[in-house]
Design a binder for this molecule. Sequence first.
Ligand SMILES: NC(=O)c1ccc[n+]([C@@H]2O[C@H](COP(=O)([O-])OP(=O)(O)OC[C@H]3O[C@@H](n4cnc5c(N)ncnc54)[C@H](OP(=O)(O)O)[C@@H]3O)[C@@H](O)[C@H]2O)c1
Length: 297
Amino acid sequence: MKVLITGVNGQLGNALLNSLPEKIDLIQTNRNNFDLNDHEKCKQSLEELNPDWVINCAAFTNVDQAENNPKEAYSINAYGPLAIAEALLKKKGKLLQISTDYVFDGNGNSPYKTSHKKSPLGVYGASKSLGEDNVLGRLKNKDKIIVLRTSWLMGSIGKNFALTILKLLKEGKDISVIYDQIGSPTTTDSLASACWAIIKSKEVFNSFNNEDPIMHWADAGIASWYDIAVSIQELAFELNLLKETRSIKPIKSKEYKGALAKRPHYSVLDCDKTYDILNLKKKHWRNNIKNLLKNIN
Ligand SMILES: NC(=O)c1ccc[n+]([C@@H]2O[C@H](COP(=O)([O-])OP(=O)(O)OC[C@H]3O[C@@H](n4cnc5c(N)ncnc54)[C@H](OP(=O)(O)O)[C@@H]3O)[C@@H](O)[C@H]2O)c1
């Protein structure tokens, strides 16, 4: 099976490469040879390469910078996926579009079902939401699209919360971390296992009845950013990545001055159906983050 991955140098792209199953003929693409801003060229490349699946990991992922660069965020997150979908309409390939918990406003207090009404708070979430609508609109009636939403992604490479906290603690800094945003951290290794399971599944398209083919994936359990930071410190100390511990102070979102974009207060995705469909076992986020820390070079 021929699988094209976009954004191969990102955190998820990297985890997909590291967990490549047998019998996959991989086409690795990045910003240089598959620029999601160049929609016509993306279409042309896909028509020539004719993959069986595209995993679209590439995105404008900086939530704060998206507020100041809406044109680019929409071009990459909404119209890039549209170009992919339009090319695949004419070819055999299917699309696994990675999306986000930030399509919801976070005003809920029980895990978001895939069918919950979307209401993004900022440009990043809105552009990803339009990306979902664009690809579903083109491909859902053809059984050629799965949208996979995930949350609070962290891997052992790239830019993410776990590595930032570890760096600050290693530098001997006391830190303040938000405790009034609740979600489910997800490691890139766990998300990569779900992506490969979707692609290998023969049944996945039969699982939706009349619902849109949207799936949710996060690691088991919920936490605030503060809880995760405390766990990262405990685990890093246990693994000898830190020689001493520092103070971690819980603060409210409104006390944190570094964020331009509003973020949801409650970001928990209901992932039960996905775990059932893919027959995968839930693993607690703390265990997965422990493995992430063990894999840091
Ligand atoms: N990070 C999270 O917390 C989170 C949460 C929920 C959902 N998601 C979604 O999960 C997916 C993977 O996220 P991630 O954290 O792995 O992202 P990431 O590490 O930021 O990687 C994104 C990749 O996209 C590439 N990219 C950016 N603009 C591009 C363009 N114009 N053309 C082609 N490639 C481009 C980047 O290339 P460069 O390396 O050259 O910049 C990078 O390799 C994304 O769809 C994201 O929206 C992420």
